[in-house]
Ligand binder design. Structure first.
Ligand code: SF4
Length: 431
């Protein structure tokens, strides 16, 4: 979400005639885009602000702005603590920063900035579709910092997708803290399925993903849209966070273990080849070893292709910080995290081993390890070992036969590369 916001703000700066500086200490305008989901990241942001204070003392004309979820509804207290900051802006609130930058260069942003969209976006790029969160999970600070859910209109998002496609984008990931609650606040009401149908019609776009979903908002209509729409990738991230009902209740997640598992069954019935990804917290307040075992049990039952896991840390300002003491010792959290990672690594190994010899369409999105790399529809990272023998390029598709696997990535040989055809954005492979 922050990366998408930074790209959009950078586009506004470019339109004002500013260019990127490699070193914040030599920049005329510095913007700190903050994520404070954990206390540690907020501490890093305040540390950076301390360093910038010194830089500003040397050059008082330097302008400093802070955006992102460090900035809550009121910035008075922040302004008092950090007088070196010239502008504060909540997530997606670009105007105060553009005004500040405009004053620096003597240009009125209202007259010269058109759309805040990256001019040279990655071939696979992000589009925020809903901001904020209404859920108030007990461990999470997001609703207090990012506010209540606000959806962008279907028309605006379709237009933005068309613009991005005209700049070379072929895959979009629709973003929201609770992406599947999209549209309930619109007039007339829409939902994520409606948006997926609308964006699926954008000519030239090849793939659509969405992140991150809440199990309670994942309706049958959305699941059917994923199953039916050719451009929507069969890849769903559905966090379960904990496998025990008592822990889930303390987390205020709003579903039980059984309801979560039934949702997975429903998804797999409608989309048999779906790849499931999840997020898990270990060592939440009061979690016993047995309750942690319930989390491992869900991993064994569902066999996710990817698990984002983290040890619980208290976030001041949350319900859990006030009501649920952090009872699990740090060493025990680390032990549980290691046990979970080991289990998941073996599951990922088995899943990926089963892909050897199969052929996939890969959207090439970059270089690494001296090779081109890309992603399958199911978001598997694939390294292309013989890309030089075909007309492969970043932004193009290749057919790749998998020759090697690891728990975290695949390697494969290109068997055909997309033929770029002038004026024709359809994918064409040699016969
Ligand atoms: S759903 Fe829960 S964890 Fe996710 S952003 Fe909202 S409050 Fe935080």
């Amino acid at each position: 979400m922050n990366k998408a916001d930074s790209e959009r703000l950078a586009s506004g700066f470019e339109q004002l005639g500013l260019s990127e500086s490699e070193d914040p200490r030599s920049a005329d305008v510095v913007v700190l885009n903050t994520c404070v989901v954990r206390q540690g990241s907020e501490d890093r942001a305040t540390g950076l602000l301390g360093a910038l204070k010194k830089a500003k003392a040397k050059d008082p004309d330097r302008r400093i702005a802070v955006m992102g979820c460090m900035v809550g509804p009121k910035s008075d207290e922040l302004s008092r603590r950090f007088p070196q900051v010239d502008a504060w802006a909540r997530p997606q609130e670009f105007d105060p920063i553009l005004q500040m930058a405009g004053e620096t260069v003597g240009i009125d942003p209202d007259g010269c900035i058109t759309e805040l969209l990256p001019g040279d976006p990655n071939v696979a790029t992000f589009i925020p579709i809903i901001h904020g969160c209404d859920k108030f999970c007990s461990f999470c600070i997001i609703p207090y910092r990012r506010g209540r859910e606000v959806s962008r209109s279907v028309e605006e998002l379709v237009h933005e997708t068309e613009m991005l496609v005209s700049r070379g984008v072929r895959e979009v990931t629709l973003l929201g803290q609770n992406v599947d609650s999209y549209g309930h606040d619109l007039e007339p009401v829409h939902d994520l399925a409606d948006l997926l149908y609308a964006i699926n019609d954008v000519e030239g776009l090849e793939r659509i993903r969405f992140l991150t979903s809440h199990p309670s908002d994942m309706s049958e209509k959305i699941i059917r849209a994923v199953g039916e729409l050719p451009k929507v990738c069969e890849n769903i991230n559905l966090p379960f966070q904990a496998g025990d009902d008592e822990v889930l209740d303390r987390m205020r997640r709003g579903y039980t273990r059984d309801q979560y598992l039934r949702k997975i069954d429903e998804i797999r019935t409608i989309i048999p080849d779906v790849v499931m990804v999840t997020d898990v917290i270990v060592g939440f307040s009061g979690e016993t070893d047995e309750q942690f075992g319930q989390t491992l049990d869900i991993l064994k039952q569902v066999r996710f292709d990817k698990v984002h896991s983290a040890a619980y840390s208290v976030r001041p300002g949350t319900i859990a910080a006030r009501q649920h003491p952090d009872t699990v010792p740090v060493e025990e959290k680390k032990r549980r995290l290691a046990e979970l990672s080991e289990l998941q690594e073996s599951i990922c190994s088995e899943i990926n081993n089963g892909l050897a010899g199969r052929e996939f369409d890969v959207l090439i999105d970059g270089h690494s390890r001296g090779m081109l790399q890309g992603r399958t529809r199911t978001d598997k990272l694939v390294y292309l070992e013989n890309s030089e023998t075909f007309e492969t390029r970043i932004g193009g598709f290749a057919k790749v036969r998998i020759t090697g696997t690891s728990p975290w990535s695949l390697q494969g040989e290109v068997t055909a590369a997309e033929i770029p055809a002038a004026g024709d954005r359809l994918r064409v492979y040699p016969v």
